[in-house]
Design a protein around this ligand. Structure first.
Ligand SMILES: NC(=O)c1ccc[n+]([C@@H]2O[C@H](COP(=O)([O-])OP(=O)(O)OC[C@H]3O[C@@H](n4cnc5c(N)ncnc54)[C@H](O)[C@@H]3O)[C@@H](O)[C@H]2O)c1
Ligand SMILES: [Fe+2]
Length: 356
């Protein structure tokens, strides 16, 4: 039997207004006058009040990151080149300020600054050789748990696969609930449901253990306060739910919804959050109570999901998605247990996709 030796984020700051601490965090990294920091910031914040609060010094580099498409190995390689062209010296810190996409970009760039050869080479598990540049994650939308995880998910030449390693884990995160205020409702819902679904998949999975259950149950309770009770402190709660949901799956695994959603993402380009919601809505046989509650949440927030996306697609397109979903062995292992391979048939997956 092997046990996971789970690397966690060593330093975290939590609380309303805590973004202001970033300056002190960076001061500890800046040893010489010429030491510079790289800020990778979601371009949704361009021209907004948050921009003027970034503790940018004259020698620093700020790059606006566009996340219309989810992060790709090409984008990471070009950002890394941009940073390398900026100075002969190594950066002393890389900051990711934005959603799951932007903070994954920051993780990946901090790794590629010290690991040569392009990011596609490192898609997989524990392929990274050298420690990353000091890197800091600051979410401005909550749900993915990317602030807590040891992966940076990238769309590569062959597949969507993360840079999974202990070096990927942030050195520091700052969780300031004020930063997620004002996220548009649909996006707030899709990204938050990523967390809700992490909890359901983890808690219903065969890999469940007390470690992930402890985090998963609390994260699920917080999601209910946010999405069903409209709690006045919902931003504070969702930010903690995201972190704890991430901790829960790190010591177990996601499940059927993520497997189906990866197919939708890779073949049809659906982003992670919305793809999960679309997939979850057809998984009542897998997660009956979770799906029923999810539909109550959808209704409460007047969110309507796209329908009949796959009904009339050519067979080859469905086959491609089935192939991606089927390749997610560990996820299906978590769903069905040891004999998962017998249960995950093309027929079962095709039926599910056709209902989407
Ligand atoms: N590393 C991990 O462990 C992990 C886990 C799950 C998902 N992911 C990845 O995370 C990505 C999805 O992340 P996400 O759902 O957070 O979405 P995202 O980062 O793609 O952002 C979604 C949208 O919200 C906008 N946005 C962000 N902050 C905002 C704010 N404060 N106000 C208004 N708009 C704001 C963005 O500009 C974007 O348009 C995917 O690429 C997925 O693969 C990673
Ligand atoms: Fe997810």
């Amino acid at each position: 039997m092997s046990f996971k030796n789970f690397k966690v984020v060593p330093k975290m700051i939590y609380g309303r207004g805590s973004f202001a601490e970033l300056e002190n965090v960076l001061a500890a990294q800046r040893k010489q006058d010429s030491d510079y920091v790289v800020f990778l910031v979601d371009d949704v914040h361009k021209g907004k009040p948050l921009e003027s609060r970034i503790p940018l010094k004259a020698q620093d580099l700020l790059v606006w990151v566009n996340v219309d498409d989810e992060p790709s190995t090409e984008q990471i390689d070009s950002l890394t080149e941009q940073v390398q062209a900026f100075s002969d010296k190594q950066a002393v810190s890389v900051i990711g300020l934005g959603g799951g996409s932007t903070i994954d970009v920051a993780k990946a760039v901090s790794l590629m600054l010290t690991n040569p050869g392009g990011s596609a080479k490192y898609q997989g598990w524990d392929l990274i050789e050298n420690p990353a540049v000091h890197h800091v994650g600051i979410p401005t939308i909550s749900g993915t748990g990317a602030e807590a995880s040891r992966t940076a998910v990238l769309c590569g030449p062959e597949r969507k696969l993360g840079l999974n390693s202990d070096y990927t884990v942030f050195d520091q995160i700052i969780m300031d609930p004020e930063l997620i205020q004002g996220v548009p409702t649909d996006q707030w819902f899709y990204t938050g449901m990523d967390c809700y679904i992490h909890c359901i998949e983890s808690l219903e999975g065969t890999f469940l253990n007390e470690f992930s259950k402890s985090y998963g149950e609390k994260a699920l309770a917080l999601c209910r306060e946010v999405y069903l009770d409209d709690h006045p402190e919902k931003d504070d709660k969702l930010m903690m739910a995201s972190f704890m949901g991430g901790m829960s799956i790190a010591y177990s695994q996601v499940g059927a919804c993520h497997a189906i959603s990866y197919g939708l993402g890779y073949v049809l380009g659906y982003h992670h959050g919305i793809g999960n919601c679309i997939a979850f809505d057809v998984l009542e046989e897998f997660y009956p109570e979770g799906v029923a509650e999810f539909r109550r949440m959808l209704k409460k927030h007047n969110v309507t999901l796209p329908k009949n996306i796959c009904k009339d697609l050519p067979d080859e397109t469905i086959e491609k998605m089935v192939k991606v979903a089927k390749s997610m062995g560990p996820l299906w292992h978590n769903v069905y247990g040891d004999n998962w391979a017998e249960k995950v048939t093309d027929e079962m997956l095709t039926k599910l996709y056709r209902r989407i």
